[in-house]
Design a protein around this ligand. Structure first.
Ligand SMILES: *Cc1c(COP(=O)(O)O)cnc(C)c1O
Length: 415
């Protein structure tokens, strides 16, 4: 793609953008009567306009029907999300379910997929993984009576590099070999914006007999994912970032179909029981085959109503079109910021296959001041200590003109 550094070029890109009309399906926050430029969709995606009506509808069912709503409408409510969710992560319907929140789901799946033994008790993560994932993993290691300083292996970038090389990840997996129980990598690192090569990592993990899982918090709704074909064992994600499901919206899990008929360790609850026998209230669990078997509690209907509405927007747009625009949009941001090379360094990989809709910028002089300057100009992006500004152009509601305006404002601030 040949880009040009001009507002007229940005406007032309918007006019020819097949997803241009999707912006109108979202509420764009305003400040002082002026729309903000919102680049924080990797923290909290914007609210689809239909979300309000979707939640109101369930409130009305509750209002008018009470528990009859449960019998007639909500008992299998989560299955309304199955098809869209499977599409987003490249799974078979049986392999996914929406439930709980991300870190809780990570714990639930580690109970099943991290079963350390004296010989095989190590778990690999990437250095700089999201703190919550790290806390979860360390506590799981301790829960089994092992010591994180021995069992937790962090893969580090090479000296003077910030991103990990796939080769180094694979070499580390080979080096630890049959002492490795589990591998858990993010799909996109929240800090650098690096997207990892899921298929290759999975293959390497399986070749040493380890279970391989991914945290797709920054991958779901952002990257092209094909978890089933890549033979990933398990994955977890949240839906309030790129998927626009609303604050605290429920997370999702993937469990490969080869593990669907699970008889290993698992924490159980009544929602993991087959629906046909659940209400017989038998004392013996009759588990659902597939990811739904990991469910514990009944679903949070209002939060799910919100997510259903945003998933319908994703369904209409389709991931192929979303990704196509995303590559172009982030590419344009990169092109413009590269012209400010003297002042700003991009630490996210250059190759679009190794990133999603996010660039992490290191402003060389007074970064916090520049960040505050952006905020005062009605730009919402996010700050990560010690010096990174994360900018995430979301293809469903951001425009090429948003990118150009951002560039002009940050140019004024750094110069
Ligand atoms: C956003 C994010 C989380 C958040 O976890 P919750 O349990 O949903 O609060 C966890 N891990 C990663 C990698 C994230 O990006």
């Amino acid at each position: 793609m040949i880009y040009e550094n001009s507002i007229s070029f940005a406007k032309r890109l918007d006019q020819s953008d097949p997803l241009n009309k999707f912006r109108n399906k979202f509420n764009i926050p305003e400040e002082g009567g002026q729309q903000m430029i919102y680049f924080a969709g990797n923290s909290l995606g914007l609210m689809p306009i239909i979300s309000k009506a979707s939640v109101m509808r369930e409130l009305e069912v509750w209002e008018k029907m009470g528990v009859l709503g449960q019998h007639e409408r909500w008992v299998d409510y989560h299955t309304r999300l199955t098809k869209s969710t499977a599409t987003i992560v490249g799974a078979k319907p049986k392999e996914v379910v929406v439930m709980n929140a991300l870190t809780i789901n990570l714990h639930l799946l580690l109970i099943s997929f991290y079963q350390p033994t004296p010989k095989r008790n190590k778990i690999i993560i990437e250095q700089g993984s999201f703190p919550s994932d790290r806390y979860a993993i360390e506590s799981q290691i301790r829960l089994h009576g092992y010591d994180p300083s021995d069992s937790l292996i962090e893969i580090r970038p090479r000296e003077n590099e910030l991103c990990l090389r796939t080769k180094d990840i694979i070499d580390t997996i080979d080096r630890y070999g049959d002492s490795l129980a589990t591998i858990l990598i993010g799909s996109v690192n929240y800090y650098t914006g690096q997207a990892f090569e899921i298929e290759k990592i999975t293959k390497a993990g399986h070749s040493v007999g380890a279970r391989v899982g991914f945290d797709l918090a920054h991958g779901a709704g952002n990257l092209n994912l094909d978890l089933h074909s890549w033979k990933v064992d398990f994955a977890v994600w949240c839906s309030y970032k790129y998927l626009c499901g609303g604050p605290g919206s429920p997370g999702g899990i993937f469990v490969h179909e080869k593990h669907g008929d699970w008889s290993g360790p698992r924490l159980n609850g009544w929602w993991g029981n087959k629906q046909s026998t659940r209400f017989l209230m038998d004392s013996e669990l009759d588990p659902i085959v597939g990811a739904e078997g990991w469910q514990i509690s009944n679903a949070p209907i209002l939060a799910m109503a919100c997510l259903i509405s945003s998933m319908s927007v994703f369904d209409t747009a389709g991931m192929p079109a979303i990704i196509k625009k995303s590559i172009k949009l982030t590419g344009y941001l990169e092109y413009l910021i590269d012209s400010l090379e003297q002042y700003i360094k991009i630490i996210t990989p250059k190759n679009y296959r190794h990133r999603g809709a996010q660039l992490s910028l290191v402003v060389k002089k007074e970064p916090k001041k520049v960040f505050n300057g952006l905020r005062s100009k009605k730009i919402v992006c996010d700050w990560r200590e010690p010096d990174v500004i994360r900018v995430a152009p979301a293809p469903l509601y951001n425009t090429f003109v948003d990118i150009y305006r951002f560039y002009e404002i940050i140019k004024g601030l750094v110069k």
